[in-house]
Ligand binder design. Structure first.
Ligand code: NAP
Length: 332
């Protein structure tokens, strides 16, 4: 029986970039379970850019985290004790356990997952990021075979799935990523047709060369000058699935210049939040699961070791140091 838990709390709100001092590690006793509750030992914690938004007080689609609360986060782990009829000891469950080693749940929002694939995948390609890619690309942008799809943050958890799904639908997939190693990974390992380095000189010209027939679909994860460069290349009746604006999460200016393209090209620009579309998750995860199992959807993970590494890993992720899904392995 576990008696002690370790948790990362939000200690203060960042001013600009996140710092380690914005978090506080505490040890707390594990409360006795009430009827209907279960105790989960976290195996993996998912680190995601949305957490940066929750650390701020600004109005957003979800409420800000309160100072002193356990940091919010998706987790996969094992039920170690249960007084809930729906869950038994040994079940593998995915949910929003937060930045901690153990979490008590009443079962709401927890889903049992199979052990047929590595468990970390239900936080990545077969979990929230994968569903985000699937929903934004297939339900909003709806690419047709032969069209050119551009995705920013292409080596990340969402972008890596977007480009591969676009290829599977017969499109030309062009990634945008930072640095030659990331771009090489996107083309060589993930099978995109091209990847453009936004950190290199001549980024706009390189994007032009990689999209000789213009752009039909943008799956946008970054915003600012990167989205602007894509807007310049849009074809008539193109679609922009606006998924994230990571270039502005620390309060940077991400204003656009090429707004005229939306009018003259009659573009559809639609923002979306994947948690608004829970009804689509079973269909999406079924397809993503099958693609991974068949070796048709490749993925990469960056895994930080131990709960104590979570703030450092999160700061690194916001600087683009991860390749693929950023995880923390919490239990050994
Ligand atoms: N709408 C939704 O429901 C939803 C759901 C999930 C995620 N999202 C959004 O989707 C985006 C990607 O998420 P993810 O889980 O794939 O994240 P991720 O795996 O952490 O990848 C993010 C990548 O973004 C790139 N990046 C960071 N700062 C950048 C900047 N200033 N300019 C250009 N690129 C930058 C970095 O790659 P490089 O090495 O290439 O710089 C980084 O590795 C985020 O904006 C996130 O908020 C939205």
């Amino acid at each position: 029986m576990d008696t002690k838990n370790r948790q990362w709390l939000l200690a203060s709100r960042p001013r600009g970039a996140v710092e380690e001092s914005n978090f506080r590690l505490v040890e707390t006793p594990v409360p006795a379970l009430q009827d209907g509750q279960l105790l989960v030992r976290v195996h993996y914690l998912s680190l995601d850019p949305y957490m940066r938004g929750r650390m701020d007080e600004a109005k957003s689609y979800a409420a800000a985290q309160a100072i002193g609360d356990v940091m919010v986060g998706g987790t996969v782990g094992e039920v170690v004790e249960s007084r809930n009829a729906r869950f038994a000891r040994g079940d593998l469950v995915v949910g929003m356990g937060g930045w901690q080693e153990l979490h008590v749940s009443d079962g709401k929002g927890l889903t049992k997952v199979s052990r047929a694939l590595p468990e970390s995948l239900c936080l990545g390609a077969v979990g929230m990021p994968g569903v985000t890619a699937w929903y934004g690309l297939l339900e909003i942008a709806r690419p047709k075979a032969g069209e050119t799809v551009v995705v920013s943050a292409a080596s990340g958890a969402v972008g890596s799935v977007v480009g591969q799904l676009a290829k599977l639908r017969g499109c030309r997939a062009v990634g945008i990523a930072g640095g030659p190693a990331q771009c090489e990974h996107v083309v060589r390992d993930l099978g995109f047709d091209a990847c453009v380095d936004y950190k290199a000189e001549g980024f706009r010209e390189a994007l032009e060369a990689a999209t000789p027939s213009g752009i039909d679909v943008v799956f946008e994860n970054v915003g600012g000058r990167i989205l602007d460069a894509s807007l310049r290349r849009m074809n008539a009746f193109g679609r922009v699935a606006l998924c994230g604006l990571i270039a502005g999460y620390d309060g940077q200016d991400i204003s656009l210049k090429n707004v005229r393209s939306i009018l003259v090209n009659r573009l559809l620009v639609q923002g979306f939040i994947v948690s608004d579309h829970l009804a689509k998750w079973p269909e999406a995860t079924k397809e993503l699961f099958a693609l991974v199992a068949d070796g048709k959807l490749r993925y990469r993970e960056t895994v930080a070791q131990g709960l104590e590494s979570a703030p450092r890993a999160f700061i690194g992720q916001l600087r683009g140091e991860n390749v693929g899904k950023q995880l923390v392995k919490v239990a050994t």
